[in-house]
Ligand binder design. Structure first.
Ligand code: COA
Length: 142
């Protein structure tokens, strides 16, 4: 049984939890984001946080959210938690009045497959921000 909950990244304890989950899922692979910016979610298993995700206003696309992070602890992978977190995030994007959600993956088949499952399309941003092999994803929100 997993529950997804939107949480307040301004809260110090929550920010600590997000930082721990970030370290355990990304190690040194990505900088720790500012959790007091944007919207953040936790997935809980028996009240214990085991996954997280975040979206921030995009600085690259007009009126869009940038899905900036998702991480699931290894023991809990394979249970479609990225997909569930993406649904929560898209519902927030709709309520924000954003017209799309954009994101990127670099050599990450599991995550890229989840973008496909969730109905995202590959696209070419006018100013790509990743590596030469980064894939860019976009979904228009109705
Ligand atoms: C990417 C990530 C969030 C996906 O987690 P998830 O929601 O559990 O993903 P899924 O449920 O789709 O499972 C992923 C795959 O692992 C397989 N899997 C099943 N059990 C698993 C287990 N115990 N451990 C690892 N993978 C498992 C699934 O079958 C699935 O394969 P498929 O895509 O062929 O169906 C997770 O791998 C992760 O946290 N990675 C590290 C951080 C990261 O890379 N974030 C994304 C940056 S773009």
């Amino acid at each position: 049984m997993y529950r997804i909950r939107e949480i307040d990244g301004h809260d110090d304890e929550i920010a600590d939890t997000l930082t721990d989950l970030h370290r355990l899922t990304f190690f040194d692979g990505a900088p720790i984001p500012k959790f007091d910016h944007g919207h953040w979610w936790l997935a809980l298993h028996e009240a214990v946080p085991i996954a997280f995700a975040g979206v921030v206003p995009s600085t690259r696309a007009l009126n869009a959210g940038y899905f900036c992070r998702v991480g699931v602890l290894r023991k809990h992978r394979g249970r479609a938690l990225q997909l569930r977190l993406m649904r929560a995030l898209e519902s927030r994007a709709r309520r924000n009045g954003w017209s799309s959600v954009i994101s990127d993956t670099t050599e990450n088949l599991a995550s890229a497959n989840n973008f496909i499952r969730a109905g995202y399309w590959l696209y070419h941003p006018s100013c790509p921000w990743g590596y030469p092999n980064t894939l860019y994803w976009r979904k228009f929100i109705k």
